[in-house]
Design a protein around this ligand. Sequence first.
Ligand code: 13P
Ligand code: SF4
Length: 358
Amino acid sequence: MLVSPAMNESISVQPGPILLDPGYPLPGSIRRPDYRPGEREALIREIRALLEARDAVLVAHYYTDEDLQMIADETGGTVADSLEMARFGNRHKATTLVVAGVRFMGETAKILNPEKRVLMPTLEAECSLDLGCPPAEFIPFCDANPDRTVVVYANTCAEVKARADWVVTSSIAVDVVNHLQARGERILWAPDRYLGNYIQRVSGADMLLWQASCIVHERFKAEALQNLAKHHPDAAILVHPESPEAVIELADVVGSTTRLIKAVRELDNMKFIVATDNGIFYKMKQAAPDKTFMEAPSAGEGATCESCAHCPWMAMNHLRNLAEVLRNGTNEIHVPVDIGRKALKATQRMVEFAAASK
Ligand code: 13P
Ligand code: SF4
């Protein structure tokens, strides 16, 4: 078993051990490929032309390589958080969606758009939350708690979504849980224990939490963050809610990637300490070119850090494999029809809830 679900039934959640050895291999490097002279520019030109020729649109997450974000922006695609990525693919008329991110993002696009072709630069880009919530363990856990409404984070596989009543992303999770709580529902939440804990604290809902975590966000360190903040008392601290509680407690703003970018634009501060994947700096710098951004400290001094402030799976997306899938139509996402149909119900609920709460 990769991760043990919490067996606590109480509202105050008992945190389990942090998974330093999660039991699955991490991709080796978070560095972008060493492009040969002229290769990068040639690939960018080729990708632009192929997107048009293949009636394809690029949908990229904020954590991906900035070249991919730049191409998505400049070719009529989008760079977005998980919720907006899902919604954009649904709205856009292109017959092929090219999703740069991690596998669950491609699967979500396919679930919402079964008639479209969904390609990804790599099919090996995982997510520790998805890996930490295997259906063979999650489904019996739900079956053992039939009185609870099952709410899962989008960072899960199609089979887990198919067992859920609701799919949510970080930008909408609190609103959905508030809504369910107002209807008197008790919740089974999976997979991120930190996000679950955070939602529980702000909503006061009765939540039973699965105990997976994000290998990037769980490594942010509260004490080191406090020390850094002492040296920069004028900096605002921005934290993604997949981070540990002690880190969230230090935040001026807690929210999804989109919320954090909005904060950079709206707050008067000229400096920001950011506890999320550093791929987000590309958009933050665009949003506020005169401001300064610092990574929140993670993992401690001298650590060999394969996931410090950058997701090693997101880093597997680059110009070479993006060009390759557009050339050859490889790396197509398939979701079995029956699973896709069931997963669509819970995913569509999220999309409709988001539209209604605008
Ligand atoms: P957002 O939905 O906030 O973009 O988060 C997705 C994710 O994977 C964060 O690690
Ligand atoms: Fe998953 Fe964390 Fe990577 Fe996001 S940053 S894709 S939650 S491992």
